[in-house]
Design a protein around this ligand. Sequence first.
Ligand SMILES: Nc1nc2c(ncn2[C@@H]2O[C@H](COP(=O)(O)OP(=O)(O)OP(=O)(O)O)[C@@H](O)[C@H]2O)c(=O)[nH]1
Ligand SMILES: [Mg+2]
Length: 325
Amino acid sequence: MEIEDRDKIDILIKKLLTGDKLAAAKLISMIEDEPEKALKAMQIIYQYTGKAHIIGVTGAPGVGKSSLINYLIKKFRAENLSVGVIAVDATSPFTGGAVLGDRIRMQEHSTDPEVFIRSMGSRGHLGGLALSTQKSIRVLDAMGKDIILVESLGVGQVDIAISNVVDTVSLVLTPLMGDAIQTIKAGIMEIPDIYVINKSDLPGINIIENEIKSMLKLNTSEKDWEPPVVKTQSLTGEGFNTLSNKIKEHWKFLNKNNRLKSKRLKQAEIEVLETLSEQIKSKTWKEIKEIKDFKEIIKKVSERKIDPQQAVYILTKKINKKFSR
Ligand SMILES: Nc1nc2c(ncn2[C@@H]2O[C@H](COP(=O)(O)OP(=O)(O)OP(=O)(O)O)[C@@H](O)[C@H]2O)c(=O)[nH]1
Ligand SMILES: [Mg+2]
């Protein structure tokens, strides 16, 4: 890396540590557009992270995540807590134009120096979080934000599971979504720490509430945190006292008996293992593709002359030979 670049990064980070919004915005853009360069910045930033309470606000498109976050910002600001928001915007086929919507919904906070909001592209990911999201959360953490809210679609686990990045997972549902419960039961969706039934002004609220509660009763696994079910209306603000209290309760819970410590230990292990296996995978794919006859072997598979398992067998032999040389 050029000395000039390194100097620039150092200056940016110094500014970031004082809570400078522009520095944060520049670093996140670097993570998105120049990931190699950002690695150096992340190396320095990491030691300043780990203080914020990171809260995931996940749920299907349109359930009201952004509106909800808007209210939560108000709640936390009223307590003089500084807030960062990363909205993994749905460049999704379902809700094109969500970025604009988010901006309008959260706009009222944009002039508050203690609030930083950033929308990030999900780059084709339908759920889970991209690694760039995790890095951006760290930028806000180092910036000194007390609370970091992460909006995401939260279905499936593409790069990293939400629970591996945030401390508190809140899942937003609406009265219209009975089948969401099915996805939780089927294990497609992670078990959240807090259930939020938003749009509780709509009919059907009791049905979904009972469904969640009976599902929670079925879960007999030993857990000392019972996920609460909170009803909200993000247009009127109803239910937000309860919601922010439950979020704080969960934070207190984590900070007792070394729970947060062991959670972060597990998160660190998964992050290192996943990053490492990703690297090994891309390195070995490259090596394998360079093997003489690779294309020929694949062609034979596609022509049904050998089956994929046979191809793997042949390639393994060739790799071993290559590496033993
Ligand atoms: N009736 C009702 N409508 C709501 C409520 N909260 C949000 N909405 C509406 O639901 C729509 C979607 O709200 P958003 O906050 O953009 O939802 P989102 O989950 O962030 O959506 P995406 O980011 O596109 O996935 C908007 O038209 C909101 O006005 C609520 O409590 N009651
Ligand atoms: Mg949104």
